[in-house]
Design a protein around this ligand. Structure first.
Ligand SMILES: N[C@@H](CCC(=O)N[C@@H](CS)C(=O)NCC(=O)O)C(=O)O
Length: 214
């Protein structure tokens, strides 16, 4: 049975909602936020991302609510509450499935810039604390994944790789963590990615060092 690890006052309530909508059985494990309003250590130990929601389904431990919702709908709900690929609404569905993260990012940026006005206080600011924890945890998740599979989606290259490569290449040039020897699996993966002929062609056409065609 799916275990829903729910953090109080958090967007993991959407997974409880989904399970109720689909009428699927689940076990609810409840965690209270700490005095800093962040997830407690017990919750963060569940998955390197450390963010709510997290579910368990047998051996699988999964974070990121957009992925969790689609997984539960497709794997356990016979596609109910998803929009099929053939539907004219499919592109809208895809866009609106991602929309929530954009709104959350906008709030985090707003709160961070408010906190940055007082650098000493910022160190105690829950948004600052969680953001640095998250970034570290996300690289742990990436490194772990690339130790168990050649590509993010599995043994074969997929759209999941297309989605993440920019964050590991171009964003590093803009201040994100550089993929170096501290991330050996990710470094080897990136070599596989950048040696793909289609990647090299695409970067020549549209990469950071390309320019607008005349
Ligand atoms: N994009 C993630 C965002 C998850 C997220 O930010 N969750 C918040 C709860 S609303 C959280 O984990 N906060 C506690 C913390 O950062 O320690 C998702 O949709 O799963």
């Amino acid at each position: 049975m799916i275990i829903v690890h729910h953090l109080g006052i958090s967007q993991s309530d959407r997974i409880v909602w989904l399970m109720e909508e689909l009428g699927l059985p689940y076990e609810l494990k409840w965690y209270d936020r700490g005095p800093d309003f962040l997830a407690p250590a017990e919750y963060r130990a569940l998955h390197p991302a450390g963010t709510a929601p997290i579910i368990e389904d047998g051996d699988l431990v999964m974070a990121e609510s957009t992925a969790i919702v689609e997984y539960i709908s497709q794997r356990h709900g016979e596609g109910r509450l998803s929009v099929p690929v053939a539907s004219p609404d499919y592109p809208h569905y895809l866009y609106w499935m991602q929309f929530n993260n954009n709104l959350q990012a906008a709030l985090f940026i707003k709160r961070s810039s408010q906190a940055a006005a007082d650098p000493a206080a910022a160190q105690q600011n829950p948004i600052f604390v969680t953001m640095s924890r998250r970034v570290d945890g996300l690289y742990v998740a990436l490194e772990r994944r690339l130790g168990e599979a050649a590509y993010l989606g599995g043994a074969d290259f997929s759209c999941a790789d297309i989605m993440s490569a920019f964050n590991l290449t171009s964003l590093a040039g803009l201040g994100a963590r550089v993929v170096d020897d501290s991330l050996p699996n990710t470094k080897a993966y990136l070599q596989r990615i950048v040696s793909r002929p289609a990647y090299q062609k695409a970067m020549a056409i549209a990469g950071p060092r390309a320019s607008k065609p005349l």
